[in-house]
Write a protein that binds this ligand. Sequence first.
Ligand SMILES: [Zn+2]
Length: 158
Amino acid sequence: MDYHNLYIIDTSAILSGRINLTENNYIYPESVISEIKSGNLKTIINSIEYLKIEIPENMYINEVINFAKKTGDYYVLSKTDIDVIALALQLNATIISDDYAIQNVARLMNLKYYGAGIETIKKEIKWKYRCTGCHKIYKNYIEICPVCGHKTKRYIKK
Ligand SMILES: [Zn+2]
């Protein structure tokens, strides 16, 4: 790992057991830490002296929410997921997450991310957007169908 970079760690990365939680350039959103409620992991987390816990600023949270609403990802993101992405945006950091929804939004926002797993995700989700009115299909995100003016809905390309 590049020590000049900062990394935002999400819950899936912690649960993977594959990252060294004590890396000093790892930053944890407060909501991620509060998701780890009990058990060995909680004990480990509590034992790390200099755990860097941050809360993203509202303007970055709002930016992520607005962006995810446009791409249709908003409804699959949890509050914690949004915090992870917002903090990466705020700190210009790289996300470490195995969560598909986080990775997808990070990619669309041009944020860097890695999976925590040994096996990296080989296939990106390719969304397509279908007009709810005339059923025309668009490859790239478009909110309103220019043909008939209805909203589009996304689906996964087969
Ligand atoms: Zn249409």
